[in-house]
Design a protein around this ligand. Structure first.
Ligand code: ATP
Ligand code: MG
Length: 422
């Protein structure tokens, strides 16, 4: 009998204790329940873990009665509940088996049998259960041995499991990248054979799984594994020649460094979608294609695309038109852009050029709101935009130092602005 090692870090321990309490409560009222999945796996590996999965035989109406803090999650017939704590999510799902697939969707059936639920899971390392009363490890599929050997192994016949749900191939990449595990041989061969099937998945499922890789601890490793398994070309047809290019190694190491530096998701996606070297116009078109294909929510997609475009401009910041330079200097993504440019090439001269062109970068405009309205009141309509741009340029470059000077500058004749070289 093996006893599960509770997590050592205080947050994970607190979260797991809460989940154990819930599972015990369900057991007490007569429904076998276990911790299972990522939290059990990660604690064995001493990795912090804040999302905890519970599987149970407890029917939905009883959960609703006895666990008011658990909120229904997803389609009703799946009988999944979530308890959201300040640390993460505790998910409570009824034992189930999967009946039928078309590789995209599956029809599930709730069952009373714990063993059936274990065998429908994807990988052995994800199917280790823990008895909440005794903390005894229940390992029906050899998951513990695979954790020790550091392997990702599909449960059952890999080719069948990947045909059932093709997302599992991407999940395999995610876990191998995150945990630094290798792929067991049969699992690996099956992915190599079935890889093109990924294209039939919905854009949303692919994007969510990729997002987890992109914002995970080892995105560069994820790219490498996806390439070695032959998945990269299906995931990013726009960037299919990346692995053949000289910049590929650099792209991988940049992504690893960026993850270590904790750069945000938008920056990480930009790194994934841009080539390692200097982007060209056509690379930005390819980024736009990928964003469309992966059906990003509008705002998120726009943010990634804007950032990638800005990299193109940042590369010759000294020479781009004032209008665009100002747009970048005042953009909400400026901090992300600086991080992105720096992580891609610490010797890039963007920072130098930015400081040279706009020494007063952090200064907000002198005139805003009513004061600004008043100042432009006397200017011809077709002139306003041009003068405001010139004014902002003069502010950022330190040529104007007060609201008074700003007003005078706006009121000045247009010729003056045309000659302003910044
Ligand atoms: P993470 O650390 O990312 O939360 P996880 O292993 O908990 O990893 P989840 O996506 O939270 O992954 O899923 C919880 C569990 O549900 C998995 O460990 C696995 O047992 C099972 N599971 C999830 N998705 C699938 C799938 N597509 N096919 C089979 N089993 C799955
Ligand atoms: Mg999980």
């Amino acid at each position: 009998m093996m006893i599960w090692p509770r997590p050592k870090d205080p947050d994970s321990a607190r979260q797991v204790d809460r989940a154990l309490e819930i599972a015990r409560q369900l057991c007490r009222i007569g429904y076998p329940s276990y911790l299972i999945g990522g939290a059990v796996r990660d604690s064995i590996l001493e990795i912090p873990t804040l999302d905890v999965d519970i599987c149970t035989s407890c029917p939905a109406d009883i959960i609703r009665e006895s666990l008011p803090e658990a909120k229904p999650w997803g389609p009703r017939r799946y009988s999944v509940f979530r308890v959201v704590t300040e640390l993460g999510e505790i998910e409570i799902a009824h034992f189930r088996k999967e009946l039928d697939y078309d590789g995209r969707h599956c029809v599930i059936q709730l069952v009373d049998n714990f063993e059936e639920d274990v065998h429908r899971r994807d990988f052995t390392v994800n199917a280790i259960a823990v008895n909440p009363d005794t903390l005894e490890v229940i390992d029906l599929v050899g998951g513990f041995a695979d954790i020790s050997a550091r392997v990702i192994r599909a449960i059952g016949e890999p080719a069948i499991r990947f045909k059932e749900d093709r997302l599992r191939m991407l999940r395999a990449v995610r876990f191998a990248a995150k945990l630094g595990f290798r792929m067991e041989n049969a699992t690996l061969s099956a992915i190599t054979l079935e890889g093109s099937g990924i294209k039939s998945l919905s854009a949303e499922r692919i994007r969510n799984e990729l997002s987890a890789i992109v914002s995970g601890p080892h995105p560069g490793r994820g790219m490498l594994i996806a390439h070695e398994l032959g998945l990269w070309e299906h995931l990013f047809p726009e960037r299919a020649d990346d692995p053949q290019s000289r910049g590929w190694e650099r792209k991988l190491s940049t992504a690893e460094r960026a993850a270590q530096a904790g750069l945000d998701k938008t920056v990480m996606w930009a790194l994934f979608l841009l080539p390692a070297g200097e982007p060209e116009e056509e690379d930005i078109l390819a980024v736009a294609d990928a964003i469309r294909r992966l059906k990003f929510p509008k705002r998120a997609g726009q943010r990634i695309l804007e950032l990638c475009k800005a990299v193109l401009y940042a590369k010759n910041f000294a020479d781009i038109p004032l209008r665009i330079a100002i747009e970048i200097a005042d953009a909400p993504y400026l901090e992300s852009l600086r991080e992105l440019v720096y992580i891609r090439d610490p010797n890039d001269d963007f920072e130098t050029e930015l400081a040279r062109r706009f020494p007063m970068l952090d200064k907000p405009p002198f005139l805003t709101g009513e004061a600004l309205k008043k100042a432009i009141a006397g200017i011809a309509g077709n002139e306003v935009r041009r003068r405001l741009i010139a004014l902002r340029g003069a502010e950022l470059s330190g040529k104007i130092r007060s609201a008074e000077e700003a007003r005078a500058f706006l009121a000045d004749k247009p010729r003056h602005h045309q000659r302003t070289r910044l």
